[in-house]
Design a protein around this ligand. Sequence first.
Ligand code: FE2
Length: 366
Amino acid sequence: MSSNNDFLPINGTDYVEFYVGNARQAAHYYQTAFGFQPLAYAGLETGLKNRTSYVLMQDKIRFVFTSSMHADDSIAKHVSDHGDGVKVVALWVDDARKSWEETTSRGAKSYQEPQTASDENGEVITSGIHTYGETVHIFVERKNYKGPFLPGFVKWEPEYRPEPVGLKYVDHMVGNVGWNQMNTWVEFYAKVMGFNQLVSFDDKDISTEYTALMSKVMSNGNGRIKFPINEPASGKKRSQVEEYLDFYGTSGVQHVAMATDNILETVTALRNRGVEFLTVPDSYYETVLDRVGSIDEELKALRKLGILVDRDEEGYLLQIFTKPVQDRPTVFYEIIQRKGAKSFGKGNFKALFEAIELEQVKRGTL
Ligand code: FE2
């Protein structure tokens, strides 16, 4: 799917940065629960006065957790407004200056003009643009850099190092946007970033008795970046996208899907470490094989772990969703194993919605 007129070539997701209330504790949680490995640190000890950041890594996935040291800066305000959430979806590029020029000239609002940072490990050029809500994209050009993360960060080497759980790379990242805003942002990714639309679901595809959503998936030229964009659709009660918007306060990242080569092992490890997943109604497993046909895995094992299955023309996929990982019902994770399928689990949306609604009933927010 490469095209030679791709004006924004992207090598992959560089990192995802979360603004959180307590970066130190967040880092510990992602080590302990999700098996991320310590990578880099910046804070008071490295000369930073206003914030602290911990960087963790698992195979190709890099997460940064940043918290403010003061009451009234933009990081503290972000946490106060949204709770813990994703601020930066950073994209790895070969030319951060050109990425900024190509996107801002097509209408992107600049977040950060191209700038070079350097230390004894070389130099990194970054630039940034705004996307939905308060979320931003940072373009990272790191071909002349050999340090652990970015200039200003030092290696973080704690003794505590729980094992990885087999998470490999970011498969896709979903944005929830407000009522009637899906097409605005689909157009943004098409026009400003040169992405193509892969698929769309309307409210008839993704609805239960109570709630609905609409979704379109945007992908970059080489297919390494996939951003489904959801907007709420009206139903009898408050949908999960509306609930997200109410608690996050604006549009934002709803979930990060992380790929594994062995979902049975990964989810077993995550469960043993205390990660909580949505439970699917038992009835799901009574009919799933009628829908998806034969699969390599034993149904019993999938049922025990609550793993969902879906099939498209090219193969099938296995997926599972965590509960939200902070107090507000906002950001959560998907663990996905693709066995040929290139889609996103449309056939599971209804089963999943019913599971989410059970959780909403418990929260009194349906
Ligand atoms: Fe997903």
